[in-house]
Design a protein around this ligand. Structure first.
Ligand code: GDP
Ligand code: MG
Length: 426
């Protein structure tokens, strides 16, 4: 049998000559030009290989087409056989919006399935992937009461503002956006008295990293252990901030020993946990702590899509006697804007204004950010999810649904269900 020229073989196989030459290179049978002659044996080897590639590509295409398109989250869970709680906890962290009526495109379904570690072909759509940009980490500060969580966050926020404005930060806020060397970090404070179930809910929905604050003079206490258990349950990395090292009785080594016994073996002892010695009072070690958070966040490779519908988590809420209900939220996907219609937990509203961490009015707040919103009709509960509505029509519909659910609950003598409860039942 006679040999063939590269361009002839390419034509037979339905390939461009250049592509065939690339394949030949891969196979270790390089050709000098498209006119080069390939011997019969090599040609058959090459055809077999090309046919195998084609077969695989066809299979992959079929597999991709079997991924459902235009489905809700409930349908997604049914299709892949995963519990909705599991997906609910993670979806916004991956940068996909959370909304029960939202219909996810095939690409979104594919992307989500891959992020969840489900068995799907590799995700190859680079154009789609480009929509997901690097996002700020959400860092929750936990620990025993009086160990210095709020002071630590105050100190971090103060390193972040001009000296003349420092006096303005007096009030403790549940969530804040802090810009360090041009990159944002979102911090969540956790008051010690708070019910831990609620904490856990918020924690797992938003938190990427936990900072466990332990006072070096007191060491591990009851709520330190509780916090640790919640952090472990949320399966997120834990950084230990050994605080109050300025105090005479400070004993950081004691803290390390106490926590090493509980699964947080320090790096310097061959473990995995980073301990940073800090003083929220003097500012010692704060830069190191921020640096460690940055490094940890980079390892997590966090991404979101700021150009989809807005969704996120409510961190705290209150009634202001002048402006009415206010809620501090973390925007996890999309962008909140003045005028956006929202459902948040069991209430709805249209955003009247947005205030950033420093009380400044902003017209928009893209994912991921902490922001205070005014315009909801009632105060949503901490830990509830919020999501964007398409307009006044949908807001009316949602309001009706909420009223109906409340009425039904009342008739049946039950406490009105939260959005969370309703979602669990779906
Ligand atoms: P939280 O309950 O964990 O939020 O604790 P706070 O931030 O409210 O702090 C409790 C007390 O500890 C306050 O009186 C703080 O001034 C004090 N404190 C916090 N951090 C430090 C520190 O690094 N050194 C010293 N000496 N005192 C601190
Ligand atoms: Mg506090």
């Amino acid at each position: 049998k006679q040999g063939k020229r590269v361009y002839e073989l390419a034509k037979e196989l339905g390939l461009k000559s250049q592509n065939l030459m690339d394949i030949m290179q891969e196979l270790g049978i390089p050709a000098k030009s498209t006119l080069s002659v390939v011997d019969a044996e090599s040609a058959s080897l090459i055809s077999d290989y090309v046919n195998e590639l084609k077969h695989k590509a066809k299979e992959q295409k079929e597999e991709l087409e079997s991924i459902p398109d235009n489905i809700t989250l409930v349908e997604f869970c049914a299709h892949f056989g995963v519990p909705i709680e599991e997906v609910r906890e993670k979806i916004m962290k991956f940068g996909l919006p959370y909304k029960p009526s939202y219909r996810y495109s095939r690409q979104e379904v594919h992307y989500l399935a891959q992020e969840l570690g489900l068995k799907v072909p590799p995700f190859l759509d680079e154009e789609f992937k480009k929509r997901f940009v690097k996002r700020a980490p959400v860092v929750t500060v936990m620990g025993h009461v009086d160990h210095g969580k709020t002071t630590l966050l105050d100190t971090i926020r103060k390193t972040n503002v001009a000296a003349r404005e420092k006096g303005q930060i007096t009030q403790a806020i549940g969530a804040s956006t802090v810009r360090i060397h041009g990159e944002d970090i979102i911090f969540i404070d956790t008051p010690g008295h708070e019910a831990f179930t609620e904490m856990r809910l918020r924690g797992s929905l938003v938190t990427d990293i936990v900072i466990l604050v332990v006072a070096a003079d007191e060491g591990v206490k009851e709520q330190t252990i509780e916090s640790l258990n919640h952090a472990k349950a949320a399966r997120v990395p834990i950084i230990v901030a050994v605080n109050k090292v300025d105090k005479p009785g400070a004993d950081p080594e004691m803290v390390k020993h106490q926590l090493a016994d509980r699964g947080l073996l320090p790096e310097e002892w061959g473990g995995q946990t980073v301990y940073v010695l800090v003083s929220a009072k003097t500012g010692q070690g704060i830069q190191d702590l921020l640096e460690i958070i940055r490094l940890q966040a980079d390892l997590l490779d966090l991404k979101t899509n700021p150009n989809t519908i807005a969704s996120g988590t409510v961190i705290e809420s209150k009634i202001d006697k002048n402006v009415g209900p206010l809620a501090t939220v973390i925007v996890q996907t999309g962008t909140l804007k003045v005028g956006t219609y929202l459902r948040a937990g069991n209430t709805v509203g249209k955003i009247r204004f947005l205030k950033d961490t420093f009380g400044k009015n902003v017209s928009l707040s893209p994912a991921v950010s902490a922001v205070e919103i005014a315009g909801l009709e009632e105060i949503p509960e901490a830990g509830e999810i919020f999501y964007e509505l398409s307009g006044i029509e949908e807001m009316r519909e949602e309001k009706e649904k909420i009223e109906e659910a409340k009425k039904k609950a009342k008739e049946e003598g039950r406490v009105p269900k939260t959005l969370e409860d309703l979602l669990k039942e779906m």
